[in-house]
Design a protein around this ligand. Structure first.
Ligand SMILES: [Cu+2]
Length: 69
């Protein structure tokens, strides 16, 4: 798989390790995404060419969190 782009998401509404696990699981469901690191308030990902930031935002926000930037 050709992973070429790093993306960082600032995420509101995360408070604990449970939130970290939920956000990680939500992002792993997106095709073409490799989750590098998730901490409270932030996720770092490597994404394959063609993966849109909007897809990642939808995945996270579908779980009840809010992407700030
Ligand atoms: Cu939590």
């Amino acid at each position: 798989m050709n992973m070429t782009k790093q993306i960082e998401l600032k995420i509101e509404g995360m408070h604990c390790d449970g939130c970290v696990r939920r956000v990680t699981a939500l992002l792993k469901r997106v095709d073409g995404v490799e989750v590098e690191q998730v901490v409270v308030g932030e996720a770092k990902l490597m994404v394959r060419d063609g993966v849109e930031r909007a897809e990642l935002v939808r995945a996270v926000e579908g779980g009840g969190f809010k992407v700030a930037s």
